[in-house]
Structures are given as structure tokens and as C-alpha cells.
Write a protein that binds this ligand. Structure first.
Ligand code: SF4
Ligand code: SF4
Ligand code: SF4
Length: 401
């Protein structure tokens, strides 16, 4: 089966699934890329907070930062705000930030609902601990910010959704099949059951537990209500500064917060409009990995040079650092405003650049298959960040669930 047929098959399947399996609970809509008109509802705890009337208790707001399923880059990006990190320290009493400060789950549980002013949560929701902490912080915080591509779109952790057998298949692969595990089992004479992590373990000191790994990785807003979104892998300094400025204005000057649902730091246009490169022939006749093109033309669109850049289906706001560095955009800022299916949108945009139309038909479907065979993992490429928010959402076993 060729590449084109595979992609068609995937979309047919996901449309069928979408039609036949109505979700028990309606999932929140994908974030829009510009401010929504809706304000906080009248009963929102944020309305009980009186900004601008002197400093909050302790002279500081209560800030919680939590790292769910992610790589840590989002936490580091907060530290990478140069002198603005001092603003965070000046205006916040940091009640939780596992990577940088003390503050335990029991301390958060002991707080009154709404006592935390802002909870910034990065990472996707991948296991029971992520879900529990997201729900706990939502309960205790007046404002919840979904921070980074993993929290907003699923990010790279959500590529695990493409494993049909879910978490069991992943664990079996890791603890049994990868060469280092297979060699260890063979050399030690142990069985996989001896090394597989268990969610409960009886130790002399008591029962030890591990979080339960889920089959499907979700976004933060597929788990709890979210007030603001900051996309990016990780978000840029500019986006973080916008968030901090909004919080400072709200807390100390009584300025209005952006409307609920605002996606901070994005622009209502595609990355191509922000990119410095110009487009020339807009026809793809070859596809290359970036390292295969020895002299990348700095001024010419990467697609014109056969490098699959996803800028056309990605929202602007990051400043296009990747294309400035001769690397294609991989879509970490999420879809453009009218689109929620980022991968399909990008795929369609790229497919339209193959010369197959009646007026310039120099290529047939087999040629396209051959060219696209360079992309070894098309779903991973086109949905590198957005699998949880896609129509596909996850792979399923034939005839299974
Ligand atoms: S969005 Fe990127 S930087 Fe942030 S946790 Fe996910 S992978 Fe890491
Ligand atoms: S496709 Fe990529 S390189 Fe080309 S203009 Fe758009 S963002 Fe720039
Ligand atoms: S150019 Fe694309 S991949 Fe790079 S930071 Fe911007 S949105 Fe993310």
C-alpha cells in the first residue's frame, strides 16, 4: 500500500470512528488562536479576587507550576526568562514548582479552593498522577494556564497514541524487546514479570505505588477547564513576558485580564506570513531531509527546496526561529485560527504543491508515493505536536478498541 493510500485509509478510519463512537463527555473545543469574546463566567472564582486594591496577601500572588508528561523544557523556559525571572520571584509566592522549589501535594491539598492565584501547567496528561494533579490544581487555582505544546496539543508524548496496544504494548516493548532489555533478560535469566514496573509494590517500609499509565495521552483542556493557552515547544520568552505583564497589570494595576480562552503570544495568520523566506515555484518534485541539502538557500522557501516545512498550517507568533536556522517548521505553535486539524491541514497544503493538476500534470500518484517515501513516519511528521487534538486521536487494533 502506498503512502497516499495509507493516509487516505487513516482518515477514512478516523471519520468512521468519530461517527460511531460519541464521547461520553463532550471535549472542550480546540483553542482558538485569538482572544475569544467570552469573559469569565459570573460564578468564576476569579471574580472573587479584587485586583489593583493593594497587594494580595503576603504582598504576592500564589503561583503553582506543575510539570505533567513533558520533557522539562517548558520548566526550563520559565527559568530562561532572563531578568524577568525576578518579576516572577517579586510578585509570587511560589507554592509549588517541583523542579525548582519545595511545596508538596499535601500542602496544596491543605489550601482553600481558589487560594492559588495562577497554576501554570506544562506537559500532557499521560498518567493518573498527571490527571490527579491537574484536577487538584484546577480546584485550588483561580486561573489555570495550559503551558507549552504538550499541554495544549498533546505534543510528542501523544505520539504514543499511535501504538495500537496502548500502554501495555509500550511497556512490553521497553522492558522486553529493546536490545538492552532483551540482552539483560537473556543474560540474567529473569522473566519480563521480574522487571516490569508494578503500580503497587510491598516493601518492608510499606506499600509503594506508581502512577497508572494511560493508553491515550490527552491535553490539559481534555482533562480540566483551562483559562489561557501558551503554545510552543517550549513557549518563547515573548509569550511568557506577555503572560507576566497581563498578570502584573491585573494584580497590581487593576487592569482587565485577557478574555478566557485567549491563546497568548500567537498571531491570526500562518507562520509563512511571519517567515522571511520568499516563495518561488511552489511545486514539490523532490523531498529531502534538511541535512541532505548541502547549500540551503537562506532566502528561498524551504518547500521550494524540497524540505517539508509545516509553516503553512501553523499559527504565527514564534518569530520563525526554525526557518531562520535553515530548519523546517514542525508546527509546535499549533494550528492556524480557522483550523483544528493541524496535521491534515498541513498535509493538504503540501499535497496541493505536487504537480498533478490537469494544467501541469507532470507527476502521477506513484511518483508522489515515491517522493513521499522519504518521510519514514508521516503521521509522526505531520502530527508531531497535535495528535491529541487530531481527528485521529489514537490508533486502534483492527476489530478491537
Ligand atoms: S512542549 Fe516541548 S519543551 Fe514543553 S514539555 Fe513538551 S516537549 Fe518539552
Ligand atoms: S513553508 Fe516554511 S519556509 Fe516556506 S514560507 Fe512557509 S514557513 Fe517559510
Ligand atoms: S518555526 Fe514552527 S517549530 Fe519552530 S518554533 Fe515556530 S512554530 Fe515551532
Amino acid at each position: 500500500m502506498g503512502f497516499i493510500d495509507k493516509v487516505k485509509g487513516i482518515f477514512k478510519k478516523s471519520e468512521k470512528e468519530a461517527a460511531t463512537s460519541a464521547p461520553a463527555k463532550e471535549e472542550p473545543a480546540a483553542p482558538a488562536n485569538v482572544a475569544k469574546a467570552a469573559e469569565f463566567p459570573a460564578d468564576s472564582p476569579i471574580n472573587g479576587y479584587v485586583p489593583g486594591l493593594g497587594a494580595p496577601p503576603n504582598g504576592k500572588i500564589n503561583l503553582a507550576i506543575y510539570w505533567a508528561a513533558g520533557c522539562g523544557g517548558c520548566d526550563v523556559s520559565l527559568l530562561d526568562t532572563d531578568e524577568k525571572i525576578l518579576n516572577i520571584g517579586d510578585m509570587s509566592n511560589i507554592v509549588m514548582w517541583p523542579i525548582a522549589a519545595d511545596g508538596k501535594e499535601k500542602d496544596i491539598e491543605a489550601m482553600a479552593d481558589g487560594e492559588i492565584t495562577v497554576a501554570i501547567i506544562n506537559g500532557a496528561i499521560r498518567n493518573s498522577e498527571n490527571e490527579h494533579m491537574a484536577k487538584l490544581l484546577r480546584k485550588k487555582a483561580q486561573i489555570v494556564v495550559s503551558y507549552g505544546a504538550c499541554a495544549c496539543l498533546g505534543g510528542s508524548p501523544a505520539l504514543a497514541n499511535l501504538v495500537p496496544g496502548g500502554h501495555k504494548e509500550i511497556l512490553n516493548y521497553v522492558y522486553e524487546s529493546v536490545p538492552s532489555s532483551a540482552n539483560f533478560l537473556a543474560d540474567s535469566g529473569k522473566k519480563i514479570g521480574d522487571v516490569m514496573p508494578s503500580v503497587k509494590y510491598e516493601a518492608p517500609e510499606g506499600t509503594l505505588t506508581l502512577p497508572v499509565l494511560y493508553d491515550t495521552v490527552k491535553t490539559l483542556d481534555q482533562t480540566v477547564d483551562v483559562d489561557y493557552y501558551i503554545p510552543g515547544c517550549p513557549p518563547t520568552q515573548k509569550s511568557i513576558a506577555q503572560l507576566l505583564n497581563a498578570l502584573v497589570g491585573f494584580v497590581y494595576k487593576g487592569e482587565a485580564l485577557p478574555p478566557k480562552g485567549t491563546v497568548v503570544g500567537v498571531q491570526a495568520k500562518s507562520l509563512c506570513e511571519e517567515c522571511h523566506r520568499h516563495k518561488e515555484n511552489r511545486r514539490i518534485t523532490n523531498v529531502y531531509e534538511p541535512h541532505e541539502v548541502l547549500n540551503i538557500d537562506y532566502d528561498l522557501c524551504l518547500l521550494d527546496q524540497g524540505i517539508l516545512c509545516l509553516g503553512a498550517g501553523t499559527t504565527a507568533g514564534c518569530g520563525a526561529p526554525c526557518t531562520k536556522a535553515d530548519q523546517p517548521c514542525r508546527g509546535c505553535y499549533g494550528p492556524t485560527q480557522p483550523v483544528s486539524e493541524q496535521g491534515a491541514s498541513i498535509f493538504t497544503a503540501i499535497a496541493s504543491l505536487f504537480p498533478v493538476q490537469a494544467n501541469d500534470a507532470t507527476m502521477d500518484e506513484d511518483d508522489m508515493d515515491e517522493i513521499m517515501s522519504v518521510v519514514k513516519d508521516p503521521l509522526g511528521y505531520f502530527y508531531a505536536f497535535s495528535m491529541s487534538k487530531s481527528l485521529i486521536k489514537r490508533a486502534v487494533k483492527e476489530g478491537g478498541q
